[in-house]
Design a protein around this ligand. Structure first.
Ligand code: CTP
Ligand code: MG
Length: 216
């Protein structure tokens, strides 16, 4: 059995809707509900934990009323929110997912489920454009895009190990924008990359919103 921690405690500043972007409605359903409902209908997930913030707590409770989810409060940073969500997990394996990614591909989830029994794993996207370092409006050096991947969610872990990694990161005062990066840096253990569906985009900008409106 698996747990999933779904993160929804952000503010959605970059999208600038005036409210948390996970509440944006596409086809009469909020972005947050798409991921919550995916995991609720997969019987392998016995626990769905939604991380919210103080301001949105009542709204999340109302929105998800009648669904079998645990709702818990997050923190100022994504990293704090993940840790607070992980503290509620009761299964051996946990997936961590951005509530702002409503397009979930079944094959991606099946790949993660299988792989996590051996090693931590993460969905990734390959880079299509060329890649370079820059500084003050000037290109500095070429990078081979084949050496890089873009990290997405869900990311899947053994629960005890990811909690340990989070505790090390806190003790070392290190911060990360995703969980797999934190895991390899703090625990020095392998993370397997799995190329995921290209439509698993994180709602961040208006362009993402337009794409998600087409594909959901
Ligand atoms: N998140 C969270 N707790 C935080 C910050 C972010 O749970 N303190 C969640 C967001 O709700 C989102 C996911 O982490 O589902 C990915 O973060 P991001 O896309 O950066 O969302 P926001 O922080 O809400 O957006 P922005 O950075 O534009 O303000
Ligand atoms: Mg953010």
């Amino acid at each position: 059995m698996y747990s999933v921690v779904i993160l929804a405690a952000g503010k959605g500043t970059r999208l600038n809707l005036g409210y948390n972007k996970v509440f944006y409605e596409i086809k009469h359903k909020t972005v947050l509900e798409y991921s919550v409902d995916y995991f609720l209908k997969d019987p392998a997930f016995s626990e769905v934990i939604v991380v919210t913030n103080e301001k949105d707590k009542m709204h999340v409770k109302d929105l998800l009323a009648g669904r079998n989810v645990k709702i818990t409060l997050g923190g100022i940073t994504r990293q704090e929110s993940v840790y607070l969500g992980l503290k509620k997990v009761n299964n051996k394996y946990v997936m961590i997912h951005d509530g702002a990614r409503p397009f979930i591909d079944k094959q991606d989830i099946e790949n993660l489920k299988k792989t996590v029994k051996e090693k931590a794993c993460v969905l990734v996207k390959k880079i299509k454009d060329s890649l370079a370092k820059h500084s003050f409006n000037q290109l500095k050096s070429y990078l081979n895009r084949d050496d890089f991947v873009l990290l997405q969610t869900p990311q899947a872990f053994n629960t005890e190990k990811i909690i340990k990694a989070y505790e090390l990161a806190m003790a070392n005062e290190n911060s990360y924008s995703d969980d797999a990066s934190l895991y390899i840096q703090e625990l020095k253990e392998d993370v397997i990359i799995i190329e995921g569906n290209e439509l698993n985009i994180k709602l961040t900008t208006l362009l993402d919103l337009k794409i998600l409106e087409e594909v959901l």
